[in-house]
Design a protein. Sequence first.
Length: 140
Amino acid sequence: MVEALVTEQAVRELAHPRAAAFRRLVDGELDSAYRLAAAILGDRFEAEDAVHDAAVSAWRHWGDLRDEARFEAWFGRIVINSCRDRMRRSRRRAAIELGRDATFTEHPVTDDGSADAADRDVVRRLLATLPLDERIVVAL
């Protein structure tokens, strides 16, 4: 049974060598693309969706890429544009007013590792206050 699947997969890859090349290149870039998108968007679920959208867009425009050696930069640009699109769409949503006393506060320092999580939370919130272009620069 496994041999049949391997053979079937090999036949598909031989029939579509560009699809196999695309799959190989995207698989190699998914982790870094996800980290970049998460740094820009500040939300892991939005980052997953942005990378998915970027992969779909890259597949649709796969024929536009002339040099596979430039795939990393090309795909990175598509990920950034996907994040930009998501940020633009999120600006159109109604904002929730937190009130006047909602401010950044210092988190108590503890020995249980929560200080690191609190620091990451503060950094993530501060990044969210940056304009989109500046956030992308910091994430890169």
